[in-house]
Write a protein that binds this ligand. Structure first.
Ligand code: NA7
Length: 535
C-alpha cells in the first residue's frame, strides 16, 4: 500500500534505506509531514538491490541495526553473526511496519529532478512518471554505494547469454548449473559471489583488474549468549559505537605496531585474521599512517594467500601490488582464496590487457576469446556522489549540483552545500559513512537533522543554508585529515573516484572517525549552528 502523492510536504526524503527510514522516523516525530520516495519495489536500499548470492554485511548484525525502538531491538532475532542481504531487508521491512512508517513511503517512484524555487522557498521534486511534489525541505538519502556502474564494453548488446550486475540482481534466484560464467571485478561484491557461483557453474572465469585483500569473514550462527548479552545492555553498546572510530563495537587496536617486535606483530595480526572480517583494520593504530607497519601487515596477508592457493602463479596474481592494506576497501568473504583451487575456476588478469569487448558468445581479452553463457558484472558503483548527481538538482540562480560539485563534493559537515537552501544529504560524501557502521552514522545524521530543524523553529523558518566559508573549511578539513593517512598516496580506489571515467580525483570520505565527527555535530548544535545562515 504505497503512500499517495500529495502536492505539499514539509519534507520529501529520497531513498528507503537505513538513512531514509531513520529520517522519516525522526522528522515525523517532530511533527513534519514527510514522505519517502523510493525507486525500488521494496524498502532496504542497497540491501534490496544487491541480492546477488553471498551478499552479506561486514559489520556484525547486532551492531548493524537501528536503535529507533527499544521493543524492536529486543524482539528482533538475527540468525547469523553477519547478516545476508535478505535478513537485513526483512529487518527493515519489519521496522517500517512496526513503526507504522509504510503509510509515508512510496515505492517504485524514481526521482529524476529537484528544483529550488527562490520566490517560494520550496523544492519541487519530479518523478519518473512526470509527477511533481512540493516540499520545504529535501532530504537526499540516496546512498553512497547505490549508483551502479556498468562498463561500456563494445559489443555489449550482441551477447546472447545473460548479463547481470550485482547491484541490480533479479528478484528470482539465478541458476548457473552447467553454465560457463564470467565474473568481471574482484571487489567486495565479486569476492562474496565467486565461491557460490563456482559451486554451480561448469566453468567460472574471473577477470581481475586489481587484486584486493580478502579477509575470511568467519560467519556463523549468532550465539544465544551473545544475543542476550547485547540485549541486556543495548543502550551501552549503542553509545560505545558512537564513541568509537568506526561506529561499532569491534575491539579497537591496542596501540601502534611501530615499536613491536616481529613476533608481537605476528601475534596481533594472527588474532585479527582469526577474528575475521574487518578486524584486520584494527590490528594497529598506525596501520593506515605508517608505511612500514602497513607493509608488514600486507606481507602477512600475502603469505596467507600463498598458503591457501595451491597454484603459485595464481597465488601471486591474487596478491595485491602497490596497495597498502586497507587503502582500498578491505573485502570480507568465505572461501574466496580456496575457490581458486577448484578445477572449474580460473583467474585472468586484465590489468595490462583490458577486456576488448563482448561478442555474441563470449568476451575477448587480447587475442583470446572466452566462450560464455553468463557475464556477471561485479563492477561497482559511481561511489559517494553518483546517486546525488544522477538526480538533476537545481539550486539558487539555476545552478546545478553537477556544476557546483564539478571539482568534487563541497559540503558543511557532509550535510548541506552552499547555494542549495533546505537541501540535506544523509550519509553522503565528506562524512565517515563508508568508513563506518552505516546504521550508526545514518541514525546520527537523522537525529541531527531533526534536532536542527526543531531548534531552528520550522514555522518561522524560510531558508537555512551553510555559509560558503563553513563549506570551504569542511572541505579543507576533510582533505587535510586524509592527507595524514596512507590514503593520500593510494589513489586507485573509488574513495578517490578513480573507478568512474571523467570523475575528479578528490578524496571523498571523512577519515577523522565517527567519534570526532559526532563531536563536530554536537559542536554545531552548541555553537548555535554558526556555519549556517537562516532567513
Ligand atoms: P568495487 O569495490 O568498486 O569493485 C568493482 C570491481 O570491478 C573492481 O575489482 C574493479 O577493478 C572492477 N572493474 C570495474 N570496471 C572494470 C572494467 N571495466 N574492467 C575490469 N574490471 C573492472 O565494487 P563492489 O560492488 O565490489 O563493492 C563496492 C562496495 O560496496 C564495497 O567496498 C563495500 O563497501 C560495499 P578496479 O579495482 O577498479 O581496478
Amino acid at each position: 500500500h504505497d503512500a499517495p502523492l500529495d502536492q505539499h510536504y514539509d519534507a520529501v526524503i529520497v531513498g528507503a534505506g537505513f538513512a531514509g527510514i531513520s529520517s522519516l522516523f525522526h522528522l515525523r516525530k517532530i511533527g513534519l509531514k514527510a514522505i519517502i520516495l523510493e525507486a525500488s519495489e521494496g524498502v532496504g536500499g542497497t540491501w534490496f538491490n544487491n541480492r546477488y548470492p553471498g551478499a552479506r554485511c561486514d559489520i556484525e548484525s547486532l551492531d548493524y541495526s537501528l536503535s529507533l525502538s527499544e521493543s524492536i531491538q529486543q524482539e528482533w532475532k538475527w540468525p547469523e553473526r553477519y547478516s545476508d542481504s535478505r535478513s537485513i531487508q526483512n529487518y527493515l521491512d519489519y521496522t517500517v511496519d512496526e513503526l507504522e512508517l509504510r503509510e509515508n513511503i512510496r515505492l517504485r517512484t524514481t526521482v529524476t529532478d529537484a528544483t529550488y524555487d527562490e520566490m517560494k522557498n520550496r523544492w519541487t521534486t519530479t518523478t519518473g512518471d512526470g509527477s511533481n511534489v512540493g516540499s520545504k525541505f529535501l532530504v537526499l538519502a540516496t546512498g553512497v554505494l547505490s549508483a551502479a556502474q556498468m562498463p561500456e564494453f563494445p559489443g555489449h548488446d550482441l551477447f546472447t547469454g545473460r548479463i547481470l550486475h550485482t547491484a541490480s540482481w533479479p528478484k528470482d534466484s539465478v541458476d548457473f548449473t552447467n553454465r560457463r560464467v564470467a565474473v568481471i571485478g574482484t571487489g567486495s561484491s565479486a569476492t562474496q559471489l565467486i565461491p557460490l557461483v563456482a559451486e554451480q557453474a561448469s566453468q567460472l572465469t574471473v577477470f581481475q583488474r586489481t587484486a584486493n585483500f580478502v579477509m575470511p569473514a568467519r560467519n556463523g550462527a549468532l550465539e544465544a549468549a551473545t544475543d542476550q548479552e547485547w540485549k541486556s545492555r543495548y543502550a551501552e553498546r549503542r553509545a560505545k559505537a558512537r564513541a568509537s572510530s568506526n561506529g561499532h563495537n569491534q575491539e579497537p587496536p591496542h596501540g601502534p605496531g611501530k615499536n613491536l617486535s616481529s613476533s608481537e606483530r605476528d601475534r596481533e595480526l594472527e588474532s585479527r585474521w582469526e577474528a575475521g572480517g574487518l578486524n584486520m583494520m584494527r590490528a594497529f593504530t598506525d596501520l593506515l599512517t605508517d608505511t612500514e607497519v602497513n607493509d608488514y601487515a600486507s606481507r602477512f596477508v600475502a603469505n596467507k594467500i600463498r598458503q591457501t592457493v595451491q597454484d603459485p602463479e595464481t597465488a601471486e596474481r591474487l596478491i595485491p601490488v602497490d596497495l597498502p592494506i586497507g587503502t582500498k576497501r578491505l573485502c570480507s568473504g568465505t572461501n574466496y582464496y580456496e575457490t581458486f583451487n577448484r578445477p572449474n575456476v580460473s583467474l585472468i588478469s586484465v590489468a595490462k590487457e583490458p577486456i576488448k569487448g563482448i561478442t555474441e558468445r563470449g568476451m575477448t581479452v587480447g587475442d583470446t576469446h572466452y566462450e560464455l553463457d553468463d557475464i556477471i558484472m561485479a563492477t561497482g558503483f559511481d561511489a559517494m556522489t553518483g546517486s546525488f548527481l544522477r538526480i538533476k538538482v537545481v539550486g539558487r540562480n539555476g545552478q546545478t549540483l553537477q556544476d557546483h560539485w564539478e571539482g568534487g563534493p563541497r559540503t558543511n559537515l557532509g550535510l548541506m552545500t552552499d547555494g542549495f537552501p533546505n537541501l540535506f544529504f544523509l550519509s553522503g560524501p565528506q562524512t565517515p559513512s563508508v568508513f563506518s557502521n552505516m546504521a550508526t552514522t545514518s541514525e546520527m545524521h537523522a537525529e541531527w537533522l531533526a534536532r536542527f530543524l526543531k531548534d531552528l523553529g520550522i514555522a518561522n523558518l524560510s531558508t537555512i543554508e551553510p555559509t560558503q566559508n563553513s563549506v570551504d573549511a569542511w572541505v579543507d578539513h576533510v582533505t587535510e585529515t586524509a592527507s595524514k593517512t596512507l590514503y593520500a598516496d593510494s589513489r586507485n580506489s573509488w574513495f578517490w573516484g578513480a573507478n568512474t571515467p571523467g570523475k575528479p580525483r578528490v578524496f571523498m570520505p571523512y577519515t577523522g572517525g565517527v567519534e570526532n565527527y559526532n563531536s563536530f555535530l554536537s559542536n554545531s548544535v552548541n555553537d548555535n549552528y554558526s556555519g549556517f545562515v537562516r532567513a
